[in-house]
Design a protein around this ligand. Structure first.
Ligand code: DGY
Length: 330
């Protein structure tokens, strides 16, 4: 379609998004926007119908953008832009095969995710949720020397599984708490990045054996799927605290449950699970030593607006055939 000499592209937005993102799309005057105007995910059937013939797709991490969706969209689709740093919900092979470009939102959420990870780590290690419950529900008797004791960060060793931007930002925030040593594991050593936080590269086994806290910061890939399993938990210290703010599928949840139940590890704090939402009768919810948040690591108003804006800019650049501000190389 053309308006006043401008090429107008059809765009589908799969959810109500933060205002910054919508403003940028609307003010561009190069797209005709159709949107699933709800805070809940678009039903799959509706998505398949609405993508037919579009040029741009703006999606969230809740949509599985696979062969079926791309086929339903047809050959007009030029760019997919996800309002997330993670892109495990998209089939990269299917996008590549069709020459469709992919935008994502790294960097803008690093600080918010790191901040929440520290909050979750402290809430888990110092048993904050359990303590609040005790105070409210009559469990608070007299002051007792060993009641509600947790683990402190002072003189501790923190292991980072996947040392990227977020892992570094977490380490920088934890350092002032008196952490003695940072260890990390990744597909290989990352000396330049590690130097910024004086972290030592170790194997996954050593990370498990030596860390008092493990924080999972890696992307979900076929290599990292289920990497945190019984093998890992059985090597961890019995009082170690395990934190995951990356993706739920990096963890074998049944193994984690057993490790927490049997005292193989001390406690876990999870911002991500499989599935999401985790059913309220899930056994993990019954454990006092497991703190579960509903995937809120990037949830600050500024961050969500920045993510929405970056995703909008990625989409517009893709429609114009320009370099995407943040593109996933396919
Ligand atoms: C992402 O962007 O991938 C996070 O999980 C949510 O902000």
């Amino acid at each position: 379609m053309k308006a006043a000499g401008k090429q107008i592209s059809r765009v589908y937005v799969t959810r109500r998004i933060p205002p910054e993102g919508m403003r940028i799309l609307q003010e561009s005057r190069i797209c005709e926007i159709e949107q699933w105007d709800s805070d809940d995910p678009v039903p799959r059937g509706e998505l398949l119908k609405k993508v037919a013939g579009i040029q741009g797709l703006y999606c969230l991490l809740t949509e599985n953008i696979d062969e079926e969706v791309l086929k339903a969209a047809g050959p007009s689709l030029k760019v997919v832009s996800t309002m997330s740093v993670g892109y495990d919900h998209l089939s990269l092979d299917a996008l590549k095969k069709r020459g469709i470009r992919l935008g994502y939102t790294p960097d803008v959420l690093t600080e918010a995710v790191a901040e929440l990870t520290v909050a979750l780590l402290l809430a888990t290690s110092r048993r904050l949720i359990e303590a609040v419950d005790e105070a409210k529900n009559g469990g608070w008797g007299t002051w007792k020397p060993l009641w509600m004791c947790g683990n402190g960060l002072t003189q501790s060793t923190v292991g980072i599984l996947g040392l990227g931007r977020i892992g570094v930002a977490i380490a920088k925030r934890l350092k002032p708490f008196g952490v003695k040593k940072f260890l990390y594991t990744d597909v290989g050593p990352r000396p330049e990045v590690a130097a910024t936080i004086s972290a030592e590269f170790v194997s996954l086994d050593v990370l498990a054996q030596q860390s008092d806290f493990i924080t999972v910061c890696c992307a979900l890939t076929p290599e990292t799927q289920g990497i945190c399993d019984n093998r890992l938990f059985s090597k961890m210290k019995n009082n170690a605290v395990f934190i995951n703010t990356s993706r739920g599928a990096v963890v074998n949840q049944e193994d984690l449950y057993q490790a927490l139940l049997n005292g193989q590890i001390g406690a876990a704090g999870l911002d991500v699970t499989v599935p999401e939402p985790l059913p309220i009768d899930h056994p993990l919810f019954k454990l006092k030593n497991c703190v579960i948040l509903p995937h809120i690591a990037s949830a600050t108003v500024e961050t969500r607006n920045a993510m929405a804006a970056l995703a909008a800019k990625n989409l517009l650049a893709g429609l114009k055939g320009e370099a995407l501000p943040k593109e996933v190389p396919l």
